[in-house]
Structure formats: structure tokens, C-alpha cells
Design a protein around this ligand. Structure first.
Ligand code: MEV
Length: 334
């Protein structure tokens, strides 16, 4: 066993197909250059101790899952539980019952649609498997993080842990694994955060309820989502930003039809379009969280400013080709 191991995993934006991907439709998703870090060390007490700097919570889990808070009281358990599940899944796969200590450091906004929880689970699973020098594949890391996602919401498609594990730009369909896409252009994306936190599981349930009430209508909306992905794959391959932007606008309208947008998201989206974006849409679960805008390179700063003037926090993002990675440690670092 090593004395220390650090791993990191990227956040993501969904370009096309969120929610529909829960119902076996494809989605196109891109890893972005914002990462969650997990530092792991051996722990003599045989417990799994997890400390999240960004959430200011820490606590100890026994192997059987009992929780003892260290910082943040018993409320902290719910937030740390997915990380514990990811770590435990790795230990079980390897037939290990050792204690580990994991420190999380992430700048990815939480509950904002950027895949923060999956990135943290993926990074933690990788840090622990590297610490214990286990022969664990990326698929195992993905599966461990998918188990963790089931704690976050009941019926995850797996798109978030997949992109965080594999990185780049992928087409994802539940059960089919990933298909990598190469793009013949840069994708100058602006992310606008509404600052409104939302619960993914509640938004997924909302779509489920709409589908239950209006199956004929919602199934057609989801078929349109699939067609957007098909046309989007070709547009991305050609680097046709205008078409990609149009498809983002259509995809957003479909999500809107299901009740996933709100006034604040709409304000940021319309501000981005008015400032010259090719297209803009909500990204992730909706109901708050983030929107994305695809901008001509020479308009990108206008788009950022327009989103900020409309009350959002905006930043420019780029693709992260790398998914999960074990960080190289300096010989004396701890
Ligand atoms: C959340 O990033 C994406 C959703 O489609 C949920 C999921 O795929 O599990 C809303």
C-alpha cells in the first residue's frame, strides 16, 4: 500500500439529451476543465473517514456503514454517503477491508448541473484504488461511481460518472457504454450559473410524472431529443457551430416543455442569445443550476457579460480530454 495517493476527475456539461438519457435515449456530453480532487491515505482505525473541504463536512463510516460525524453533525452523512459507497465498492471489488482516509477538494459548483457529485465519487474511487495499488479498470471506477449515483437519485442514467471517468466528448446511452466523438472545431462554451440549487432526483421525478400523465406527448418529445443527438453528432463532426447552436435552442425548448426551466434560466438564456450566441440551453437536471451558450469566438466576452448583467455567474469553459487521472506525487508531499 502507498502512503498517499491523489486522483482527480472532471466536471461535465450535457450538450444534448439530459433527462431523455434516463429513458434509454442517447446524450452528448463533454468533460470540462474543472476538476474534483481526492487525496487518500491509509487509516489505522479500519474506518472510512471522509473530509470535504468545499462542503466543510467530515465524518467516519464503519465498514458496515454506521456514521460518526466529525464536522457538520449527522446532516453531513447524506452528503458524504455517495462518496462512502464509491469507496466501499472499490474495497469490495478488491476483497479488502482496510480503513482509508479521503480528503475531497473541489471547485465544481454543487447541485448546479455540472456533475460535481459524480466527479467527486470517481476521483475518490480512483484515489483509493491507487492507494491500495489495486488492479482496477476504468470500467470498475465507473461502476463504483454509478453505485454512488444511485444514492444521489434513484434512477441515474450513468451519464455523469461515465463522462467523469472517460473525459472528452462522448455519446452516451444507458447500457451501451460510450462512443467517443471528435470535433472539427473548438467549442467556445460559456457556462452561466443561476445560483439556484436544485435536487436532481426531484427533477427526474418531475419528468417521470409528465411521462406518466402524457405518455404519447412525452415519448414524442423524447424521440425528438434522440433526433437532435443524431443530427448533432454530424454537426459536431463537421464543426458546424451554427447548426449546433440551433439544435441547442430546440433541445432547450423540449426541456422547457417538460417544465424544467424557470424564469432565471430563461433570463440568462435570452441574454446570451441576444448577445450573439449561436444557441443556449439549460444543462443537467434544470430547475436552476446552469445554462450553457455556444458563442462565436469574437462574441464570447459579450456573452459572458450579458449573462452576468442578467444576474448569473458566467465563465468560459473548454473541453477536458482527460477523464479520471491519478496525480503524480512529489516524493515528500503529504
Ligand atoms: C444529470 O446530470 C442528468 C440527468 O439526465 C439525470 C441522469 O441522467 O441520471 C438529469
Amino acid at each position: 500500500m502507498k502512503r498517499l495517493s491523489v486522483a482527480s476527475a472532471p466536471a461535465k456539461v450535457i450538450l444534448f439529451g439530459e433527462h431523455f438519457v434516463v429513458y434509454n435515449k442517447p446524450a452528448i456530453v463533454m468533460a470540462i476543465n474543472m476538476r474534483a480532487y481526492a487525496k487518500s491515505k491509509p487509516e489505522e482505525s479500519q474506518k472510512i473517514i471522509i473530509e470535504s473541504k468545499s462542503m466543510n463536512i467530515s465524518g467516519a463510516f464503519t465498514i458496515s456503514g454506521d456514521y460518526q460525524p466529525i464536522i457538520g453533525g449527522f446532516e453531513g452523512k447524506e452528503k458524504l454517503l455517495p462518496i462512502y459507497v464509491a469507496i466501499k465498492s472499490i474495497l469490495e471489488r478488491a476483497g479488502e477491508e482496510r480503513g482509508v482516509r479521503v480528503e475531497i477538494d473541489s471547485t465544481i459548483p454543487v447541485a448546479a448541473g455540472l456533475g460535481s457529485s459524480a466527479a467527486v465519487s470517481v476521483a475518490s474511487a480512483a484515489a483509493v484504488s491507487s492507494l491500495l495499488e489495486l488492479n482496477i479498470s476504468r470500467e470498475d471506477i465507473f461502476m463504483a461511481a454509478l453505485e454512488a449515483e444511485r444514492i444521489v437519485h434513484e434512477n441515474p442514467s450513468g451519464v455523469d460518472p461515465a463522462i467523469s471517468t472517460y473525459g472528452g466528448l462522448i455519446v452516451y446511452r444507458k447500457g451501451d457504454g460510450i462512443r467517443r466523438l471528435s470535433v472539427d472545431a473548438r467549442l467556445p462554451l460559456v457556462v452561466g450559473d443561476t445560483g439556484i440549487k436544485r435536487v436532481t432526483g426531484e427533477m427526474v421525478l418531475l419528468v417521470g410524472e409528465m411521462r406518466r400523465r402524457y405518455p404519447l406527448v412525452v415519448d414524442r418529445i423524447m424521440d425528438s431529443g434522440e433526433a437532435i443527438v443524431d443530427v448533432g453528432v454530424e454537426a459536431l463532426r463537421r464543426g458546424d457551430l451554427k447548426t449546433i447552436g440551433d439544435l441547442m435552442n430546440i433541445n432547450h425548448a423540449l426541456l422547457c416543455a417538460l417544465g424544467l426551466s424557470n424564469e432565471t434560466i430563461e433570463r440568462l438564456i435570452h441574454a446570451a442569445r441576444r448577445a450573439g450566441a449561436f444557441g443556449a440551453k439549460l444543462t443537467g437536471a434544470g430547475g436552476g443550476g446552469c445554462m450553457i451558450a455556444l458563442s462565436p469566438p469574437d462574441r464570447i466576452n459579450y456573452v459572458v457579460r450579458a449573462i452576468e448583467n442578467a444576474g448569473g455567474r458566467a465563465f468560459i469553459t473548454d473541453i477536458s480530454l482527460e477523464g479520471v487521472r491519478v496525480e503524480v506525487q512529489q516524493p515528500n508531499s503529504a
